[in-house]
Design a protein around this ligand. Structure first.
Ligand code: HGY
Ligand code: MN
Ligand code: MN
Length: 389
């Protein structure tokens, strides 16, 4: 099934896929999902926050929900997100082929903008659904071209004025189980379950100096924001100790000319650790180093926290129940965020991981062996049968 969408949203500049919320490739994937769901006799609806729900039978409360996301990071791989969606649909195929029908409401869900690849906040669809982000803040989020979420939703035919916490949709979820390609190399067997997700957040550092001519400006006359920005990158690496992770993957100088001293530089920090205290202490250490470097270069610094999520501990009973139903598979922590992590604050959630032989993710090289993918589909079907019969 992944082959069916293998040409959607290819990014020829970056390699891999760029499939961002409400942009053409992602809308094409939404259309593909609806077609696939209808073909299986599922009833599809889009909720007020742009998330898709394909119901097997009547919609109802205390549903078993599976699914994942179809959007990607810029230049992402083929599996992160779509594997959970295709595996959910193929698990439905296996169950329908053996004459199984769920004895409780069941849906395959596709959450919007899980990666935050366009509007900068990860898990935007599930955060809006669960009220984990203020609706007006969300609607005002801008993409790199300055298009707001509200404008993007409207252009795609959705009504942005309806977004916001969706108590009814939340109440309908009894349990959520997300299948996902593992992002790391913790699995020595084809399938595992998740135990926890690191606390993680995103911060935007804006350094302001004086734009000027690269050739005509003496070094001592400069206030070059690229200098403290560079210190930030190295401070992040220095501060990430003892299993913590701090990453700068995106630096945007303004105006960005080769022979131009930038007037401002935006730097985004992705920081993660086992708990809030350690994560925030690490960000404070990095911020201090950035502030010091800014002052030394006569630059201003503004820091904005763009998103934050605390450590997620998945429901242990559900985790162990699924692990047992799968014949005893390992439970492992992850450093990657997921919609399951957002929903975990409201409903019992679990994740089923499919082995990733290289561990690489958020890159075109992301890969999973067909045999492991098939094992994942069977595991998800077993899980659904176990929880909905
Ligand atoms: O950033 C993450 O961990 C997730 O892939 N959105
Ligand atoms: Mn994902
Ligand atoms: Mn991802």
């Amino acid at each position: 099934m992944l082959d069916q969408i293998a040409d959607v949203g290819r990014d020829v500049q970056r390699g891999g896929y760029s499939r961002h919320a409400y942009a053409a490739p992602e809308l094409e994937l939404r259309h593909w999902f609806v077609e696939q769901a209808v073909r299986r006799g599922l009833n599809v609806e889009t909720d007020q926050n742009g998330n898709l729900w394909a119901w097997w039978g009547e919609r109802g409360d205390d549903a078993l929900v599976t699914g994942s996301h179809l959007d990607s990071v810029p230049g992402g791989g083929a599996f992160d997100g779509p594997l959970g969606v295709t595996s959910s649909l193929q698990a439905v195929d296996l169950l329908q082929a053996k004459g199984f029908t769920p004895n409780r409401p069941f849906a395959v869900a596709v959450f919007a903008e899980e990666e935050g690849g366009r509007f900068g906040v990860a898990c935007l669809g599930s955060r809006l659904l669960s009220g984990a982000i203020d609706k007006d803040k969300a609607l005002g989020l801008k993409d790199p071209d300055g298009v707001t979420l509200a404008e993007a939703m409207r252009a795609a035919g959705y009504d942005p004025d309806r977004v916001g916490k969706d108590e009814k949709a939340l109440r309908r979820i009894g349990q959520f189980v997300e299948l996902h390609v593992e992002q790391g190399r913790g699995l020595a067997v084809p399938v595992g379950v998740a135990s926890s997700i690191l606390a993680h957040g995103r911060w935007r550092f804006t350094f302001s100096g004086e734009g000027n001519h690269a050739g005509a400006t003496l070094i001592e006359d400069r206030r070059d924001p690229m200098i403290p920005a560079s210190h930030l990158v190295l401070a992040a690496r220095k501060a990430a100790r003892g299993g913590a992770r701090a990453t700068v993957g995106r630096i945007v100088p303004n105006p960005g000319g080769t022979n131009v001293i930038a007037s401002t530089v935006d730097v985004w920090l992705d920081a993660r650790d086992v708990d809030d205290a350690r994560t925030r202490a690490m960000v404070a250490e990095i911020s201090d180093a950035a502030g010091k470097a800014a002052r030394e270069e006569g630059c201003e610094l503004r820091i904005a926290e763009e998103s934050y999520g605390g450590t997620v501990h998945f429901d242990a009973a559900l985790r162990d129940d699924i692990a047992q139903a799968l014949g005893g598979v390992p439970a492992l922590p992850t450093g990657a965020g997921h919609d399951a992590g957002i929903l975990a604050a409201h409903v019992p959630t679990a994740m089923v991981f499919v082995r990733n032989p290289t561990g690489v993710s958020h890159a075109p090289e992301e890969f999973a062996e067909q045999a492991d993918v098939d094992e994942g589909v069977r595991a998800l079907a077993t899980t659904i049968e176990h929880l909905a019969s």
